[in-house]
Design a binder for this molecule. Structure first.
Ligand code: PMP
Length: 360
C-alpha cells in the first residue's frame, strides 16, 4: 500500500494495481525481452496492445460501431482547435455552452475558425451552476453544440446528458471520462485528455461519429484531420505508445472493478462523503449548486483564507497531498478520480474535521 493520498487534478492518481503491473512488466513485457517503451509501434506486440486498448474502451463505454476511436496527442487543448476545423463542415457557426474556465478556453480557440454563438452562460453567478437546458438559445443551423461535461477548476458537472436534436453534441469529458455511464449514441463527438481518469499525460482520446469526419477543409494539417487519423488507425506518426499501454491497463482494471456502472456507484459514495461533510460545517464551503456539483473535483474554501497555508501544511503532514486550489480561484480542491480509494476521502474528511476543531 502506498503511504500517501494524491488529490491532484491531473496528472493524477492511478490505480496502484496498474502501477504494480507496469513495474513488473517494465523490463520485459510478457516474455518479449523489451519494455513497451522500446517497442516499434508497427511491431506485432505493440499493435496488439493498441488494438486491445481500443477494444476494451469500446466495451467499457458501449461505443457503437459507427463511431471511430482516435488515440491522439496535443491534449484536449489541441482539440479545442481540431474540433471546429473538422466539424464546422462549411457551416457558419457553432453553439457553445459557457460553464467555466475550460469552456472559455474552448470558445476562444473556436473563434479562430468560425462564429461562436454562446447558447447559454453561467457567468451571471460566477460559474457555479449548469444553465438548465430550457434556457439554452440553440441555433438549428449550428454545426454542433459544445459542452464541457465537467469543469475541472470550478467543480461544476453535468449530471444529465443534454438533448440537441439534429445538431451534433460535442463534449469535453477530460475530467469525467469513464467515471459515469455515457450514452455515446447521443453525442457527435466525445473527447478528453487521459491524465485524470485514464493514464499518463500525452494521450488524448477522441470518439467521433463516422458521418462527421471527412469534411475538413483543404489546407487542414494532416495530423489534425480526423479522417486521416481514422483511416490510419491513429498511426499517421508514432503514437504515445507507453501512455496507450497504461491506458489499456487502466481499462482492464476498470473491467475488473465491474465496469463503469460499478465505478459510478463508488464515485457517488466518495463524493457524497465529502459534500455531506462540507454542507454540515460552517467552517468550509463549496459554492456550486447541489445538483451541479462535480463528483470528480471538489473545490472548497476555508472560512478564513489566512488559514489556507496551515491547512495545507497539516494535510501534508498526514500524507494528504496536492489539495491547493487552482491558481485562478485559490482555496482548496480535492480531485477524487476513479483511482482515489474511499479510504483517501475518509482520511481527508477526518483531517478536515480535526482542523476545524482546532482552528474553528
Ligand atoms: N478540458 C478540461 C475539462 C480540462 O480539465 C483540461 C485540463 N485540465 C483541459 C481541457 C486541457 O487539457 P490538456 O492539458 O490535456 O490540453
Amino acid at each position: 500500500m502506498r503511504q500517501i493520498f494524491n488529490f491532484s487534478a491531473g496528472p493524477a492518481v492511478l490505480p496502484e494495481e496498474v502501477l504494480q503491473q507496469a513495474a513488473a512488466e517494465m523490463l520485459d513485457w510478457r516474455g518479449s525481452g523489451q519494455s513497451v517503451m522500446e517497442m516499434s509501434h508497427r511491431g506485432k506486440e505493440y499493435m496488439g496492445i493498441h488494438a486491445q486498448a481500443e477494444a476494451d474502451l469500446r466495451e467499457l463505454m458501449g461505443i457503437p460501431s459507427n463511431y471511430k476511436v482516435l488515440f491522439l496527442q496535443g491534449g484536449a487543448t489541441m482539440q479545442f482547435a481540431a474540433i471546429p476545423m473538422n466539424l464546422l463542415r462549411g457551416k457558419a457557426s457553432a453553439d457553445y455552452v459557457h460553464t467555466g474556465e475550460w469552456s472559455k478556453k474552448a470558445i476562444k480557440e473556436a473563434k479562430l475558425f468560425g462564429k461562436v454563438n454562446i447558447a447559454a452562460s453561467a457567468e451571471d453567478r460566477n460559474f457555479t451552476y449548469v444553465p438548465a437546458r430550457s434556457t439554452w438559445k440553440l441555433d438549428p443551423q449550428a454545426a454542433y453544440v459544445h459542452v464541457c461535461m465537467n469543469e475541472t477548476i470550478g467543480g461544476v458537472e453535468f449530471n444529465w446528458e443534454p438533448e440537441t436534436g439534429e445538431v451534433p453534441l460535442v463534449a469535453d469529458v477530460s475530467s469525467t471520462f469513464l467515471s459515469r455511464p455515457v450514452d455515446v449514441s447521443k453525442y457527435g463527438l466525445i473527447y478528453g485528455g487521459a491524465q485524470k481518469n485514464i493514464g499518463p499525460a500525452g494521450l488524448t482520446i477522441v470518439i467521433v461519429r463516422e458521418d462527421l469526419i471527412g469534411h475538413a477543409p483543404s489546407g487542414t494539417p494532416t495530423m489534425l484531420d480526423f479522417k486521416q487519423q481514422a483511416d490510419n488507425d491513429s498511426m499517421l506518426n508514432t503514437p504515445p505508445t507507453y501512455s496507450i499501454y497504461i491506458a489499456g491497463l487502466v481499462f482492464q482494471w476498470l473491467k475488473r472493478q465491474g465496469g463503469i456502472a460499478a465505478i459510478e456507484k463508488r464515485n457517488i459514495e466518495k463524493s457524497s462523503l465529502l459534500y455531506d461533510y462540507l454542507d454540515a460545517t460552517g467552517f468550509y464551503a463549496n459554492p456550486v449548486d447541489k445538483a451541479d456539483r462535480s463528483r470528480m473535483n471538489v473545490p472548497f474554501t476555508l472560512k478564513d483564507a489566512a488559514l489556507d497555508d496551515d491547512f495545507l501544511a497539516g494535510a501534508k503532514a498526514r500524507n494528504l497531498l496536492q489539495l491547493k486550489g487552482h491558481r485562478s480561484v485559490g482555496g482548496m480542491r480535492a480531485s477524487i478520480y476513479n483511482a482515489m480509494p474511499i479510504e483517501g476521502v475518509r482520511a481527508l474528511v477526518d483531517y478536515m474535521r480535526d482542523f476545524e476543531k482546532q482552528r474553528g
